[in-house]
Design a protein around this ligand. Structure first.
Ligand code: BEZ
Ligand code: FE
Length: 290
């Protein structure tokens, strides 16, 4: 039987990969070629459209700097980051769910003590975050490294401003009862950086760039599977249309409104403040891959 010319092209590329067939590199390369060729056969791009596609990817790469990762934004806005996370962190019925890391995580945030104020002087409603870490049987987990980060009242992370000043991000440690606590401000919804090629893609797709208000967390300890997650605020208008597909119902929390006298010892915001209380259930190291 004579092969269709287009099938012949795909088969010839696959034939050249036969030397690595059965290896991880071979599996990835073969699947890439099969799916990419099927995509091209379905979409049938004109030569001009294919040039545009190459230009788009070139612009995504050119937009990347140590402070800005346009490829992460592309992966996030196409739902790929969430898909990869869903396959790599499986907390079962009991564990707290994970969500995307995003591009604003820093591996060397300021180290602070429990109860610290990390608002960097930003304007906004004071927010007291009180977390408890337990294992799946409800035992408190002490000595866990807790990283947190969030946007300021204008929707920007510290790293998006020049100057290298770090605020609204910190590293602390859970205490003997598995508790941690810090003061920040109530976060607002914000647009992901949309002044580059990924923003242009969203507009072309008729989509907005907003993420619902959230606080990021990353919990790490040698005995637990590292959990990267957020807490989203109930009632946010973007919960159903997060630009990066990160929302999970189990991660949405109501804030309590508290009077100044309810502030625990250590810091007095001197005004009405909001409180976020949440228990995070962490799974043992090695159990994240079901
Ligand atoms: C974030 O929540 O920080 C974020 C996640 C994905 C893309 C952009 C920002
Ligand atoms: Fe964020």
């Amino acid at each position: 039987m004579v092969e269709e010319p287009m099938t012949a092209i795909t088969n010839e590329v696959l034939r050249r990969l036969s030397g690595v067939s059965g290896t991880r590199a071979g599996t990835i390369s073969e699947a890439l070629v099969r799916h990419l060729h099927a995509f091209i056969l379905e979409v049938r791009p004109s030569t001009v459209e294919w040039e545009q596609a190459i230009r788009f990817l070139t612009e995504v790469g050119a937009r990347c700097t140590p402070e800005r990762q346009e490829f992460i934004l592309l992966s996030d806005t196409l739902g790929v980051s969430t898909l990869v996370d869903a396959m790599n962190y499986t907390p079962g019925e009991e564990g707290t769910e994970s969500t995307v890391l995003g591009p604003f995580y820093l591996s060397d945030p300021p180290v602070v003590a429990n109860g610290a104020v990390i608002d960097g002087g930003c304007l906004g409603t004071p927010l007291l975050v009180e977390g408890t870490l337990t294992d799946v049987e409800g035992h408190p987990l002490s000595g866990v490294q807790v990283d947190t980060w969030q946007a300021d009242g204008d929707g920007f992370y510290d790293v998006q401003h020049d100057g290298g000043v770090r605020y609204l991000r910190a590293r602390l440690e859970s205490d003997a009862n598995g508790n941690f606590r810090f003061w920040s401000i109530v976060p607002s919804p914000y647009p992901i950086p949309d002044d580059g090629p990924v923003g242009a893609m969203l507009r072309e797709q008729g989509r907005h760039p907003y993420r619902p208000a959230h606080v990021h967390f990353r919990f790490a300890h040698p005995n637990i599977a590292t959990l990267v997650t957020h807490i989203f605020l109930a009632g946010d208008p973007y919960l159903d249309s997060d630009a990066v597909f990160g929302v999970k119902d189990s991660l949405i929390e109501e804030l309590d409104s508290c009077s100044p006298e309810e502030a625990p010892e250590g810091h007095q915001p001197g005004r009405t403040f909001a409180r976020l209380r949440r228990t995070f259930v962490l799974i043992p190291a090695g159990y994240e891959l079901a």
